[in-house]
Design a protein around this ligand. Structure first.
Ligand code: SF4
Length: 230
C-alpha cells in the first residue's frame, strides 16, 4: 500500500513537471514570435525614423474614427502616463505626422489627428502580416480555432495583469452573448449584428466593439469558458 502511494505521488510530481515544462515551452514560443515581430518592426521603424511608441501612437490613431483621439485616450489605451503620451504626440507633430487641435465641444480637451503623411508612415507593412498569415495557414482549421481561443485567454490574462489596457475582443464586448444557441458550430450571438457565430469568428480587434460592464464581462467569461475543456 505504501509502495502504491509512493508510485502515485511519483506520477503526480512527474505530471506537474510535465505541465511546468510545457508552460516554459509555450512562453519560449511566444517570446520567439514577439522577438521576430519586434526586430522586423524596429528595423522598419528605424528606416522611417520612428520609435516603437511613436509608431504605436500612429497605429492607434489610424484605427480611430476620423483617425483622431483625445490625448488622454492615447495614454490610456497604450498604458503610458499622460506626460509621456503628450511628449510623443508633440514629437510626432514636429515631424508633421499628426496635428493637435482643441475639441470643438470642449476647448479644454486636446485631440490628436493623423495627417496624410502620418497615415502613409504607419501603413501596415505588407511583409510581416504575409509571413504571419503563411504561418497561420500552415495550421489545420481546428488548430486555428484552438490557437484563436487560446490567444483570447492569454490576452485577457494580460489585461487582468495590467499589461494590455484595451483589447476590443468579443469576450469583453457588451454585444457578446456566449453559448446562447444549441448549435455546435455557432453557439454564440452578437447583438450588434444580431446573428449567431462560432469560435472561429471571435474578434480580437472589432471596430463595433463596445465595452461591457465588469459584471457582464465576468458572467460572459464564465459562460464562455464553462462549456469548454480546452
Ligand atoms: S460587436 Fe464585435 S466584438 Fe462585439 S460581440 Fe459583435 S463581433 Fe464581437
Amino acid at each position: 500500500m505504501a509502495e502504491l502511494r509512493v508510485i502515485n505521488s511519483g506520477k503526480k510530481s512527474s505530471a506537474l513537471q510535465d505541465a511546468a515544462a510545457l508552460t516554459t515551452q509555450l512562453v519560449a514560443g511566444l517570446e520567439k514570435i514577439g522577438l521576430a515581430m519586434k526586430s522586423r518592426t524596429w528595423r522598419r521603424e528605424g528606416r522611417a525614423g520612428l520609435g516603437p511608441l511613436q509608431r504605436q501612437v500612429l497605429t492607434l490613431l489610424r484605427s480611430k474614427p476620423g483617425q483622431c483621439a483625445q490625448v488622454s485616450t492615447v495614454a490610456n489605451e497604450l498604458s503610458v502616463r499622460l506626460p509621456t503620451a503628450s511628449e510623443v504626440i508633440a514629437t510626432l507633430e514636429r515631424k508633421q505626422l499628426l496635428r493637435r487641435r482643441r475639441d470643438m465641444s470642449d476647448g479644454r480637451v486636446v485631440m490628436a489627428q493623423l495627417t496624410a503623411k502620418g497615415n502613409r508612415s504607419c501603413a501596415p507593412s505588407s511583409r510581416m502580416p504575409d509571413r504571419l498569415a503563411t504561418a497561420a495557414e500552415a495550421l489545420s482549421a481546428p488548430e486555428q480555432v484552438v490557437l484563436l481561443t487560446s490567444l483570447v485567454k492569454v490576452i485577457r490574462s494580460l489585461q487582468e495583469q495590467g499589461e494590455i489596457s484595451v483589447a476590443r475582443m468579443c469576450v469583453s464586448c457588451r454585444y457578446f452573448r456566449p453559448n446562447q444557441h444549441d448549435n455546435a458550430d455557432r453557439p454564440h450571438h452578437c447583438d450588434y449584428i444580431n446573428a449567431p457565430f462560432g469560435d472561429r469568428s471571435l474578434r480580437l480587434d472589432c471596430h463595433e466593439y463596445e465595452p461591457a460592464s465588469t459584471v457582464q464581462v465576468n458572467e460572459a467569461w464564465a459562460n464562455f469558458t464553462g462549456s469548454r475543456t480546452a
